[in-house]
Write a new protein. Structure first.
Ligand SMILES: NC(=O)c1ccc[n+]([C@@H]2O[C@H](COP(=O)([O-])OP(=O)(O)OC[C@H]3O[C@@H](n4cnc5c(N)ncnc54)[C@H](O)[C@@H]3O)[C@@H](O)[C@H]2O)c1
Length: 326
């Protein structure tokens, strides 16, 4: 299929674009580089444009005879979305609606959308199944939920086929070490810990050690970015016009902050000092996916363990200590 990958110069999108190409699809990346990195797109055809630039998006769809879209482009900092929700509403909601309208105009009826476990808010139960109530607690999570609703309505009314893939904690880097995570500012636990091992930070804050978890620190479900990429390709290949898939993408296994710190110390051989601080508002004790629906619907399940995630991330960060600006 000829696939437009929005946000394909970003972390998850670049890994998915690579996987799509490997699976024989023809990929065109559209990214405005607000956050991503041009080298992450490699030699894949690249359109430098915003989702909000309707003319350029429509032109890209028609020029490349696009048949399906993978939509990663969004802002994704939960904290920033609380302080400045306007840019999140504009980029993530208005931008996505502009993309959907361009798709309708071009007769493209398949889309795989990056949703998030942030749509669930504070979970009532873990592991989280897809029918868990969605009550996001941040503007970021809400923008993702709004687009899930839009997709459901567009599917019902216009026959659009969609997969809303709710990722848990994307982490790790491509096995060949060519692409990886490079966010600025970095907020994700594993790259932060590895930056300490590289001597780029003194320590990492551990927010809360008194949670009702075995070691008192928060538990999250870390999913390898290449596992996410494989799930995206499987979802795309399964989609038919009018089909609606809403799937969690996680491993089903949680790792605590303390466990991740220990693993990073083992893998890097560095002491990695941490500072134990107070809980952060809005952090639930545990977020773990029940990924059985993705297994049932896509025949997909995560292959990589948390150790392999840390090892692949370490390989990337060691080889690219300044990320793509090396
Ligand atoms: N990283 C995670 O753990 C995680 C978890 C759940 C969901 N997600 C979602 O997955 C997607 C990808 O996340 P990521 O970590 O790769 O983020 P990222 O910031 O690395 O990538 C997003 C890309 O989208 C581009 N972009 C943003 N707005 C754009 C616009 N208006 N027009 C064109 N391009 C635009 C950015 O330049 C960037 O390259 C996002 O939608 C995010 O919300 C990520």
């Amino acid at each position: 299929m000829r696939v437009l990958v929005t946000g394909g110069a970003g972390y998850v999108g670049s890994h998915a674009a690579k996987q799509l190409t490997k699976s024989g699809h023809q990929v065109v990346i559209l990214d405005n580089l607000a956050e991503g990195h041009r080298p992450a797109a490699g030699s894949t055809p690249f359109v430098s444009a915003s989702l909000l630039d309707r003319e350029r998006v429509v032109a890209a769809m028609s020029e490349h005879k696009i048949e399906a879209v993978m939509h990663f482009a969004a802002f994704a900092y939960v904290g920033v979305s609380v302080k400045d929700p306007a840019i999140y509403y504009q980029n993530n909601i208005v931008g996505s609606l502009a993309l959907l309208d361009a798709m309708r105009g071009a007769g493209i009826d398949r889309i795989v959308f990056s949703s998030s476990c942030a749509t669930y808010g504070i979970p009532e139960r873990v592991p989280i199944t897809e029918d868990h109530p969605q009550h996001p607690i941040s503007p970021y999570g809400f923008t993702k939920l709004v687009i899930e609703h839009a997709l459901a309505d567009y599917s019902h009314a216009y026959g659009m086929g969609y997969a809303a893939l709710r990722y848990f904690n994307a982490s790790g880097a491509a096995a060949d070490g060519t692409i990886g995570e490079d966010h600025d500012p970095e907020t994700h636990l594993i790259p932060l810990l590895l930056q300490v091992a590289l001597g780029q930070r003194e320590s990492v804050d551990v927010f809360g050690t008194d949670y009702p978890t075995p070691d008192g620190t928060c538990i999250r479900d870390y999913i390898h970015v290449d596992d996410l990429a494989t799930a995206h390709v499987a979802a795309l290949e399964k989609l038919k016009p009018g089909m609606a898939l809403k799937l969690n993408l996680g491993t089903g296994h949680g790792a605590s902050v303390e466990e991740v710190v220990t693993l990073c110390r083992e893998v890097t051989g560095h002491a990695i000092p941490v500072r134990k601080t107070a809980r952060r508002e809005g952090d639930p004790p545990a977020l773990v996916a029940d990924p059985s629906a993705a297994k049932r619907e896509l025949g997909w399940q995560a292959r990589y363990s948390i150790r392999e995630i840390v090892e692949s991330a370490w390989k990337w960060h060691k080889a690219h200590p300044k990320g793509y600006n090396d």
